[in-house]
Design a protein around this ligand. Structure first.
Ligand SMILES: Cc1cc2nc3c(=O)[nH]c(=O)nc-3n(C[C@H](O)[C@H](O)[C@H](O)COP(=O)(O)OP(=O)(O)OC[C@H]3O[C@@H](n4cnc5c(N)ncnc54)[C@H](O)[C@@H]3O)c2cc1C
Ligand SMILES: *[C@@H]1O[C@H](CO)[C@@H](O)[C@H](O)[C@H]1NC(C)=O
Ligand SMILES: *[C@@H]1O[C@H](CO)[C@@H](O)[C@H](O)[C@H]1NC(C)=O
Ligand SMILES: *[C@@H]1O[C@H](CO)[C@@H](O)[C@H](O)[C@H]1NC(C)=O
Length: 554
């Protein structure tokens, strides 16, 4: 259940509200010691509830201890080999990517049945739903990164990980060319120390293509040079550094100077969930924490959200869109809809605003920090793969796949996530379900392959017939992918969140208050894959609840 959820943590850090929530939690936990003293005979509903809580608390602790132990002491893995135990040849599976699609697939795959190689230039999985919380240091970026090697080590069979980017896929010869680049990140910029890239070519029997998408700048001049994105962990660090640079620089200028006003303007372009959550987080950060250290910052600092369409959060029902507008209005986030960005220079965003009467007007929005949260565009690798396959010639917006996620026009390439174009939205929720589905499909495929292998060795006609029937049954068990939408949520600031749970019209919710964020947080934590990350994220939240968000620049 991956949902777009409330990112903001520990709002109102020093205010009684949060502490009252903590108190509620502590009070619920308190009976843990008191409960056993009660005489069992008189145990009424209340006592049973207490016993239930004690049991749940003990169970949770025991489970957590076990989970931590299991994660930190993974059992031995079946070594990679060319043959399976039954003598059948192991097929080579090459996975491209380490995002939602690829990692969900790897996590559920029976890696003893294949010779698995995972290739990605990013050696960790990134829990994107919490990324908008990182620039404000509500959550540390390390807390939402899970190393690929740690994930691969948890599977039953040995998996090879190569830190490299695929640069060419040859769907005719079944090979992928991969290149390791010596990369380092400084101030959010990727520096490639490409003295001598190391390259190799891998043969695959099956290719799992999950390289995601890149940020779509719509060819707007200036965006790549002057805007930050919010896509990778280092982007979040870059946004934070730009924000603080702007704030600190503004302190040197006289109040009311235009330059100071510009520096203190945080502009987010793109009114999707990412843009909305980031604007909300930054506004919260200023109002709840920064104002304690920087006098009047909450009055001077402006957060602006720019969107080309008439509304933000277009995938949500109108009721929730209105609610979001209201929250932004009360909070003081400036919403500029119908505003199409045309050009960006180091200090200004140039846009054209469409008025109600159909005319348009050019506006200039000076900015200190600019974040571009536009949509997705396909990677070069994806486009060149599509160009090599006749059936993909019309695949402008993403690779075309069939009901089993197999690439149209290729017999052994499967694609999932943001690099595909289907009726489903490009979300983590979809990529995650596709990954789990495909792993299950491949587990079944391995069995089918074994049956066919055994059948080819069999001489007894009766046994051959028996095997043929089992093969038919196994084939019938390969069902098409069906997406089950679990709903969408977004954090909209000042402890308020919206949720569209798609369980019927009653489940369109606009929620607020400390209970809400406890609820959402629990949901978040349960979605995170590893126990280590779960604990880190929760401890980040507790840290912020106690001390407020950090305001150091680095
Ligand atoms: C800030 C933010 C917040 C989001 N919040 C939510 C949310 O709350 N709910 C939700 O459902 N969705 C959310 N999304 C969307 C979600 O993250 C994506 O839909 C999802 O990550 C898609 O998964 P994927 O596996 O297709 O691609 P990704 O997760 O992007 O993974 C792609 C992988 O491929 C690797 N790669 C790139 N190039 C190559 C190459 N040449 N060779 C090999 N590997 C390569 C990358 O390093 C990466 O590991 C959010 C996205 C962002 C940016
Ligand atoms: C497949 O490999 C052969 C031999 O290495 C090569 O000549 C051919 O161009 C390759 N096919 C494609 C489509 O690249
Ligand atoms: C990677 O780049 C750094 C910095 O330029 C250099 O010191 C290091 O030796 C390089 N490593 C490799 C494996 O090329
Ligand atoms: C596993 O697959 C990789 C990638 O194709 C290949 O390089 C390697 O030799 C294979 N290993 C075995 C044991 O077959």
């Amino acid at each position: 259940m991956i949902k777009r959820q409330i990112a903001s943590a520990s709002r109102r850090v020093c205010q009684p509200r949060l502490f009252s929530s903590f108190r509620t939690v502590l009070q619920t936990a308190k009976p843990v010691e008191a409960a056993p003293k009660k005489p069992a005979k008189k145990a009424g509903f209340f006592a049973y509830t207490l016993y239930g809580l004690v049991a749940a608390a003990l169970g949770e602790t025991a489970y957590l201890t076990y989970a931590v132990y299991k994660e930190t002491n993974p059992g031995s893995q079946l070594p990679q080999s060319t043959l399976k135990e039954n003598g059948n040849k192991k097929k080579n599976v090459v996975i491209l990517g380490s995002g939602w699609g690829a990692i969900s697939y790897l996590h559920s795959l029976d890696t003893t049945q294949y010779n698995v190689t995972i290739v990605s230039p990013r050696n960790y999985f990134l829990f994107t739903p919490l990324l908008p919380s990182v620039p404000t240091s509500t959550v540390g970026s390390q807390s939402i990164c899970d190393p690929v090697r740690a994930i691969a080590r948890q599977t039953p069979g040995e998996v090879t990980y190569l830190e490299a980017a695929a640069t060419d896929v040859d769907p005719v010869n079944n090979t992928v060319h991969v290149v390791h680049k010596n990369m380092s990140f400084t101030l959010g910029e990727a520096f490639v120390n490409n003295d001598e890239p190391i390259e190799t070519t891998l043969n695959y029997d099956y290719l799992i293509y999950a390289v995601g998408a890149k940020v779509n700048t719509f060819g707007i001049p200036g965006i790549p040079e002057y805007a930050s994105y919010l896509k990778e962990a280092h982007d979040a660090t870059a946004v934070r550094q730009k924000l603080f640079n702007a704030i600190e620089a503004s302190r040197l200028l006289p109040k009311d100077s235009d330059e100071r006003k510009r520096l203190l303007t945080f502009v987010v372009c793109g009114g999707g969930p990412t843009g909305v959550e980031l604007a909300a987080e930054v506004k919260d950060y200023i109002d709840q924490d920064l104002h304690k250290f920087i006098p009047d910052i909450e009055k001077e600092m402006k957060v602006v959200l720019v969107e080309a369409l008439p509304n933000v959060l277009n995938m949500f029902p109108q009721k929730l869109i209105e609610y979001t507008k209201e929250v932004f209005n009360n909070q003081g986030v400036e919403l500029r809809t119908n505003t199409m960005v045309k050009k960006v220079d180091p200090k200004n965003v140039y846009a054209s605003v469409k008025r109600a009467d159909g005319t348009s007007e050019d506006v200039v929005i000076p900015y200190g920090t600019l974040v571009w949260a536009g949509g997705n565009a396909q990677r070069q690798l994806t486009r060149s793969l599509a160009d090599k396959i006749t059936e993909q010639k019309t695949a402008r917006r993403g690779l075309l796949v069939d009901e089993n996620l197999k690439l149209d026009g290729a017999s052994n390439i499967y694609a999932l996530g943001d690099c595909t174009f289907t009726t489903n939205a490009p979300t983590a929720q979809v990529a995650h379900q596709q990954g789990e589905y495909l792993a299950d499909y491949f587990n079944k495929l391995a069995k089918l392959d074994d049956l066919e292998y055994l059948s080819s060795l069999e001489v007894n006609p009766e046994s051959v017939q028996k095997l043929a029937r089992r093969i038919e049954r196994q084939k019938a068990s390969l069902k098409p992918f069906v997406y089950k939408h679990q709903g969408a949520m977004a954090y909209v600031g000042s402890e308020r969140a919206i949720a569209d749970l798609s369980w019927g019209s009653w489940s369109t919710l606009a929620l607020g208050g400390s209970l809400t964020f406890f609820f959402w947080r629990t949901a978040y934590v349960s979605m995170i894959l590893g126990v280590r990350s779960k604990i880190l994220v929760v401890s980040d939240w507790i840290k912020v609840a106690l001390f407020g968000r950090d305001c150091s620049k680095d």
